[in-house]
Design a protein around this ligand. Structure first.
Ligand code: ADE
Ligand code: ZN
Length: 315
């Protein structure tokens, strides 16, 4: 990666902590927790990182998360991510975590939260990285379950800046979560949601109008709807775009076809993020480098993208 790219101060606004679980740490945690894995070694696991769509990835991502059991595991996961951030001049992070992925396996909510929180605090003190944590609801599960998760989170209200919506998009439109998002907003939490990754532009409209989101996670399919594009530009609603993720999950066939720079030039407030870096081939820095290499991103464009990420912070 060119040094000037690495040196740019950046914020990361779309990162799933569970998606930063590198194969080496996954194997180490499996050994520590005495969990048998279906892969013989790290190479065999890496070889399984070939996906045709979001669901194929999610199946492996949820299987991988099964090695996370103790507070120390969640600490180690988060700390490893923050060290990567430090190395790439990411100065602020607003990561997601998926409580239901863990509570549904019998891991108490507090165990997950305490490990993440302690690492974020240490990251602030020892690495100088500021943060705001986002609790994400799994949209393939019913809204009732999201309500239960929000209830579990409320004793720790100050640990979060907002709520998000992730997991399988197609067939699970934002409107299904209108009530739980209203409740979260009434508690003073910001709202964001994955929309327009695989799902149609209508899902982005719903996320804006019904969930009243402050940022759109992915949102690359907004380009199919001119009226939506105008709204996103007029209201300067940030998009947290994840280029390497979009290629790995076949949202675009090649990086050369990605629309992020076209959106940037049209005045959309786009940002560069890594989504699930352990699975998609890199962190924020590698995502910027891919845009430079395959789309001819200029230094001026990189500076605007980095500034957008700082401007689009919620914390
Ligand atoms: N969970 C983790 N990564 C995700 C993505 N890219 N889309 C939806 N849910 C996710
Ligand atoms: Zn995501």
């Amino acid at each position: 990666m060119p040094e000037w790219l690495n040196a740019l101060p950046k914020a990361e606004l779309h990162l799933h902590l569970e998606g930063s679980l590198e194969p080496e740490l996954l194997f180490a945690l499996a050994e520590r927790n005495q969990i048998a894995l279906p892969w013989s070694d790290v190479e065999a696991l890496r070889a399984a990182y070939a996906f045709n769509n979001l669901q194929e990835f999610l199946d492996l991502y949820y299987a991988g998360a099964n090695v996370l059991r103790t507070e120390q595991d969640f600490y180690d996961l988060t700390w490893a991510y923050l060290q990567r951030c430090k190395a790439q001049n990411v100065i602020h992070v607003e990561p997601f975590f998926d409580p239901q992925t863990h509570t549904d396996r019998g891991i108490p909510f507090e165990v997950v939260l305490r490990g993440i929180q302690q690492a974020l605090r240490d990251g602030e003190q020892q690495l100088g990285i500021s943060h705001g944590l986002i609790l994400s609801f799994l949209r393939h599960l019913p809204e009732d379950e999201a309500f239960k998760t929000l209830e579990q989170a409320m004793p720790f209200r100050d640990a979060f800046i907002g709520v998000g919506l992730d997991s399988s998009e197609k067939g699970f439109p934002p409107r299904l979560f209108e009530r739980v998002f209203a409740k979260a907003r009434s508690e003073g939490l910001h709202a964001v949601a994955h929309a327009g990754e695989e799902g149609p532009p209508e899902y982005i409209w719903e996320a804006l109008d019904l969930l009243k989101i402050k940022r759109i996670d992915h949102g690359v399919r907004a380009i199919e709807d001119e009226r939506l594009m105008q709204r996103i530009i007029d209201e300067q609603i940030p998009l947290t775009v994840c280029p390497l993720s979009n290629i790995k999950l076949c949202v675009f066939e090649h990086m050369g076809q990605h629309n992020i720079l076209e959106m940037l030039e049209r005045g959309v407030k786009v940002t560069v993020n890594s989504d699930d870096p352990a699975y998609f081939g890199g962190y924020v820095g590698e995502n910027f480098a891919a845009l430079h290499e395959h789309l001819g991103m200029t230094e001026a464009q990189a500076r605007r993208l980095a500034q957008n990420s700082l401007d689009a912070r919620l914390a």
